[in-house]
Write a protein that binds this ligand. Structure first.
Ligand code: 0WD
Length: 257
């Protein structure tokens, strides 16, 4: 399904990361992979993962900095002049933004950082690499239901995800004529490093599990399989979409009765 496709994966922080589940699926379906890591703390870990997926392309990239994005793609261009898309699995808000009453908690700085790292970075990566993207490339990002509904403690990250979803549509419209598709996966809650900074995350997962139509939480492999489909030509007619991979949680209400 992905043989001959070269895909760059961002946002692996551990083997629990959604990006790790996506990597497993992309590799299983035949993609050739390259990876980025945010900082030196994550370097050796991502290098080890890369070996498992038969890749030697592991590049530093902090999406908060345009120089870092440019340097990463300059380096990538030396090994891959052209490639077929990337996975954007990056988000950040200061932890003091993700706990308590939304109005009291939000700050101008928290708003700016969360939107910069969690939404702007998606188009920033695209701006810096569009000349390297083959026709039939696919860009995939990760969002959450907090973009559409008010969810306790998710707070400003919900606004940033709403921005990311609009970004997905604007990017899809702008780059579609070049043959590139852009989609988002709205994942159900999964215990990862990023999720651990959200207060009462476990409680939220227990609730989800009990009311979700499929009566289980989704896994990084569920997300990975959908990402592989979105990167493949099987999804050639889909762009600008937000696809929920949440076991149907978003379509149901009243399941506690
Ligand atoms: O329940 C969940 N875990 C959900 C996550 C539900 C729905 C969506 N998502 C989204 C997240 O919001 C994010 O966009 O999925 C994406 C991946 O998140 P994840 O797999 O849950 O989290 P994690 O394994 O922590 O990876 C996110 C990584 C960072 O990890 P840490 O924990 O070190 O912050 O994003 C990276 C970093 O590696 N990251 C950056 N990368 C480059 N430059 C930056 C940055 N400035 N900031 C964060």
């Amino acid at each position: 399904m992905l043989t001959g496709k070269r895909i760059l994966v961002t946002g692996i922080a551990s083997n629990r990361s959604i990006a790790y589940g996506i990597t497993k699926a992309l590799y299983r379906y035949g993609a050739e992979l390259a990876f980025t890591y945010q900082n030196d703390k994550l370097k050796s870990r991502v290098e080890k993962f890369a070996v498992d997926f038969n890749s030697s392309i592991v590049l530093q990239c902090d999406v908060a900095k345009d120089d870092s994005i440019k340097a990463m793609f300059d380096y990538l261009a030396k090994v891959w002049q052209k490639f077929d898309g990337f996975i954007h699995a990056i988000a950040y808000a200061p932890s003091n933004q993700l706990n308590g009453d939304y109005i009291s908690t939000i700050t101008r700085e928290g708003f700016a950082i969360s939107h910069d790292i969690s939404s702007y970075s998606f188009v920033a990566l695209t701006k810096a690499s569009r000349h390297m993207l083959n026709p039939n490339s696919a860009l995939v990002t990760l969002t959450y239901l907090g973009a559409e509904r008010a969810i306790p403690n998710y707070n400003v990250m919900g606004l940033a995800k709403a921005s990311l979803e609009a970004n997905t549509r604007y990017m899809a419209n702008a780059i579609g004529p070049q043959g590139v598709r852009v989609n988002a996966i709205s994942a159900g809650p999964i215990r990862t490093l990023a999720a651990s900074s959200i207060s009462n995350f476990k409680k939220m997962q227990n609730y989800c599990e009990s009311v979700t139509p499929i009566r289980r939480l989704v896994t990084i492999d569920d997300i990975g399989n959908t990402a592989a489909f979105l990167c493949s030509d099987l999804s050639a007619g889909i762009t600008g979409e937000v696809i929920h991979v949440d076991g149907g949680f978003n379509i149901a209400v009243m399941n506690i009765i």
